[in-house]
Structure formats: structure tokens, C-alpha cells
Design a protein around this ligand. Structure first.
Ligand SMILES: [Zn+2]
Length: 200
């Protein structure tokens, strides 16, 4: 999740910047001065949030830096509450471009190696709109916790205050997943994102 991630996908970057109200140029896939200025503004606001709200481990910081600004603030506050609750937590993933989501979807399917990890293609996951992140819980020795009950306990701290927890979903609960509570479903989120509209 480097800066290159978004620069390599200019259309996606422009939509993400537009959702933050930082880019008002054409969604045309061309990296010009307006896109560059918006990107610099995004980076600078991201740094300001980190300074104001406190810095986390490198992996969490990399993932948080891929989120839309309101989601960055929500994710930081949520992770802080989880850590204060006594959990060893990190944010292990954030935004995925639609191309990355499609690559993830192909994993474990069509003869590709690895486990199936998602049901969503590009544009079908809230991770594709800059508003979602996943946490990992770790033991004192650094081992990855898979126990769903531990994620449910952590969520008692992590959810609320404008943060929706994937474990509360009735259809396919996802206990490591958090997202900005927008009140909108995938179809509306996708329409707004594609149109370059701001987060509601
Ligand atoms: Zn997720």
C-alpha cells in the first residue's frame, strides 16, 4: 500500500480524491497539475490527522493512509479505543483499487493458487470506496489471532461513534471488518464514487 498504489490507477485516485472534496477536475484518468495538487492536499491532510490523533505501527499507518479522510479519522479513533481496551490490534488492510479487488477475487478461483478470501469483485466491496478497513489481533508473541470471539470482544471497543462493524452484518458477518457508517448500501456508494461525489 504505497503511494504508487493509487498513482498507478489514476481514475481510481481521482475518484478517491473527489470523494474527499479535494479534486474537482474531470475524472479522465490523466495525471495533470490539478490531480497532483489534490494528491498533495490529500497527503498533507493525512499527515495532519496522524499528528493530531497519534501515530500507530507502520502496517496500520500504511493501511490508514489509503482511506478517505473521514475514514482515516474514524479508523484512528476506533483503533485507539481497541488498543486502550487491552487488545494488540493493527489495521492490516484498507482501500483496494477495483483492479486489486478483481485480482483478490481471482485468488483461489479459475485454477489460481491460494484460498478464496472474498466474494466481491471490483466495485462490490466497501474497500473499493475508501471507507473500509480490516483489523488483525495478535498475541503477545506476535501470533495472528483467528478466534472470532476475540474479534467480537475487540469490537465492543472498536465499533460505534460512526464506525460500523462487519460482525454485526446478518448475512455474512465479517468480524475483522470495520467501515465508516454512511447508511448507504453498496449500490449507492458505488454510484457516488463513480460520479466523483463526496461521501454523504
Ligand atoms: Zn474488510
Amino acid at each position: 500500500m504505497s503511494e504508487r498504489l493509487f498513482r498507478d490507477d489514476v481514475l481510481f485516485t481521482q475518484r478517491l480524491l473527489a470523494a474527499d472534496g479535494l479534486y474537482r477536475g474531470a475524472i479522465d484518468g490523466l495525471w495533470g497539475p490539478i490531480t497532483e495538487a489534490a494528491w498533495q492536499g490529500f497527503q498533507s491532510r493525512s499527515r495532519a490527522l496522524r499528528t493530531r490523533m497519534g501515530e500507530f505501527d507502520l502496517r496500520s499507518e500504511a493501511a490508514i493512509g489509503t482511506l478517505a479522510l473521514p475514514a482515516q479519522a474514524a479508523a484512528r479513533a476506533s483503533l485507539r479505543r481497541i488498543l486502550d481496551g487491552g487488545f494488540q490490534a493493527r489495521i492490516i488492510s484498507g482501500t483496494r483499487t477495483w483492479a486489486q479487488q478483481n485480482a483478490l477475487f481471482r485468488q483461489g478461483r479459475y485454477g489460481n493458487p491460494g484460498p478464496v478470501v472474498t466474494r466481491a469483485r471490483g466495485g462490490q466491496s466497501t474497500h473499493n470506496f475508501g471507507i473500509a478497513w480490516d483489523i488483525g489481533l495478535f498475541t503477545g508473541a506476535g501470533g495472528y489471532v483467528t478466534d472470532a470471539a476475540a474479534y467480537a470482544s475487540a469490537a465492543q471497543h472498536g465499533k460505534g461513534a460512526g464506525v460500523e462493524w462487519g460482525g454485526d452484518w446478518t448475512g455474512f458477518p465479517d468480524p475483522s471488518h470495520y467501515q465508516l457508517a454512511t447508511g448507504d448500501g453498496i449500490a449507492t456508494l458505488r454510484m457516488r464514487f463513480q460520479a466523483g461525489l463526496g461521501l454523504a
